[in-house]
Structures are given as structure tokens and as C-alpha cells.
Design a protein around this ligand. Structure first.
Ligand code: GRF
Length: 197
């Protein structure tokens, strides 16, 4: 990558995927990428602590102050526009984005999902529910997907996927842990792929 690219990371939870990006930048696995800001809808998201520890600017946008989704995403658009980023990375961001937000950043938003889309995606398919559904289905393979975000949940063009075998007698915790380890690698690869295009 020649010129430096700026990204914003949106996260609502533990932020292990954010950490993977921070580490990849530190270890020069991801060159010329700068995290301009980490934005969260959860005040106590550990992702915000990880960002602060790495010296990255953080923004907490309280959903209680902007109860309508359209108002929330309008504010989010303003905040992100201030950072003038090349890419928005959803790394465990739990809110569904409005159509106008997605259209404002067309082809500039990517998301990581803990299954092999188009299977086990869509509204209501998040967190443990995804792995539970995979185990119930009897599939012998799951994995993770990074895709562009469109106004249809989990249905945008796929950028990269990694497969993870489902073991006999697998548990939700075991499967999710093994997939998460792959997510960390996949997300870094996908960011590089998108920003180097
Ligand atoms: C990951 O499993 C990701 O696929 C999903 O939410 C989880 C976030 O984990 N969208 P973390 O906050 O990055 O640890």
C-alpha cells in the first residue's frame, strides 16, 4: 500500500477483532493503515479500553440520546465524516445500520460474521445464536466471512472466507472460540485486500 489509509472501527463488545487489527498494524502485517477512531454504542465495551490503551481516539455514541435509528446513524455519519476515513470496519458492532448510512458510505463498510455466509446470516443471527444454529443443523463445517455491508443484513458481496471444521460433540463455546481465532486472521487479510485494490 503506498499512501496511508484511514479506517474507523465500530465495535460493541470485547473487541478481540479490533485487537487483531491493532496488533497487525503494530507488527507491520498491515502496512500504511491507521485507525483514526474506534466508535461504540456501548459505554462499557472493552473495545474502547483496547483502543485507549493503544492511543487510538474513541467515541461513545449513546443510543439513549438518539433513540430513533435514523437520528443515531445521522450523528454517526457526522462523526465518521470528521475522520475522513477510507474504510469503516464493523468488528462486533451490534446495531443494524440504516439504509441512508449504508448508502452514504457505499462500498466502504465491511463486516465480519462468524459463519460461512450466505448460510447462518441475516436478522437475529448473531453471537452464540449463529453457532447454536450451525450445531443444530448437523453441518460438519462452519467458519467466518468478511463482506461488504449493503442494506440487506449479512447479504453484501463476500470479500473473504475461512472454513473451520465442526467437531463431533462440539459445543457452542468450543466452536465459537476456534472460529474467533480464524476471524482475527481473516479480518486483517480482508482489510488489506480492500484497501490495496
Ligand atoms: C465476532 O464473532 C464477530 O464475528 C461478530 O461479533 C464478534 C465480535 O467479537 N460480528 P469481538 O468483539 O471482536 O471479540
Amino acid at each position: 500500500m503506498s499512501s496511508q489509509k484511514k479506517i474507523a472501527v465500530l465495535a460493541s463488545g470485547a473487541g478481540t477483532n479490533l485487537q487483531a487489527i491493532i496488533d497487525a498494524i503494530k507488527n507491520s502485517k498491515l502496512n500504511n493503515v491507521h485507525i483514526a477512531a474506534v466508535i461504540s454504542d456501548k459505554k462499557d465495551a472493552f473495545a474502547l479500553e483496547r483502543a485507549k490503551s493503544a492511543g487510538i481516539e474513541t467515541v461513545f455514541l449513546n443510543p439513549k440520546d438518539l433513540t430513533k435509528n435514523t437520528d443515531y446513524d445521522k450523528k454517526l455519519t457526522e462523526v465518521i465524516n470528521n475522520y475522513d476515513v477510507d474504510l469503516i470496519v464493523l468488528a462486533g458492532y451490534m446495531r443494524i445500520l440504516t439504509k441512508s448510512f449504508v448508502n452514504a458510505f457505499k462500498n466502504k463498510i465491511i463486516n465480519i460474521h462468524p459463519a460461512l455466509l450466505p448460510d447462518f446470516g441475516g436478522r437475529g443471527m448473531y453471537g452464540k445464536r449463529v453457532h447454536e444454529a450451525v450445531l443444530k443443523s448437523g453441518k460438519t463445517e462452519s467458519g467466518c466471512t468478511v463482506h461488504f455491508v449493503t442494506d440487506e443484513v449479512d447479504a453484501g458481496p463476500i470479500i473473504a472466507q475461512r472454513k473451520v471444521p465442526v467437531m463431533p460433540h462440539d459445543t457452542i463455546a468450543g466452536l465459537s472460540e476456534r472460529i474467533l481465532a480464524e476471524e482475527h486472521k481473516l479480518l486483517v487479510e480482508a482489510i488489506e485486500k480492500v484497501l490495496c485494490k
